[in-house]
Design a protein around this ligand. Structure first.
Ligand SMILES: [Zn+2]
Length: 147
């Protein structure tokens, strides 16, 4: 099987429809399963899923940098788009495919690591529960600040 100069524009995730940004990231039934998975795990929801509205919505929300939840949502958004894109490329270039739940779980795990390792982010108890992040054993002190 060979492609003719990339002229095949069928979506690789569902192999049913013409591929566009909106389709690939938000309307494809495969991608929707990935979004559904990560939204359920992260207990968050986006109002409506289209490329333009999401980019706009996310950048507006991210300006509010004080909110940890908004930061996390921005991370989820970026990671999910990235992983969907990766899955598409794996199918095209490596003939590998994974179920949506595997991709969703990978996103959850990588975000968990990111959230756990990010300094200066204060997590509410509910957020720790969602991401399964233990509370620090003792309060973290910044060296040189307490005297
Ligand atoms: Zn599709």
């Amino acid at each position: 099987m060979h492609y003719s100069n990339g002229e095949d524009t069928t979506c690789r995730l569902c192999t049913r429809v013409h591929e566009s940004h909106d389709h690939l990231f938000f309307m494809c039934r495969y991608s929707l399963q990935v979004w559904k998975y990560i939204q359920a795990k992260a207990q968050t929801r986006w109002p409506n899923l289209t490329w333009n509205s999401l980019v706009e919505w996310t950048s507006r929300r991210c300006q509010d940098t004080k909110s940890t939840n908004n930061k996390i949502r921005a991370l989820i958004f970026a990671a999910t788009v990235y992983y969907i894109w990766q899955e598409r490329n794996k199918r095209i270039f490596q003939q590998l495919s994974q179920p949506a739940s595997t991709v969703g779980e990978a996103i959850y795990q990588v975000l968990r690591d990111q959230i756990m390792c990010s300094n200066g982010i204060s997590l509410a108890d509910g957020t720790r529960e969602i991401w399964n992040i233990p509370r620090p054993a003792r309060p973290i002190r910044v060296i040189g600040q307490d005297r």
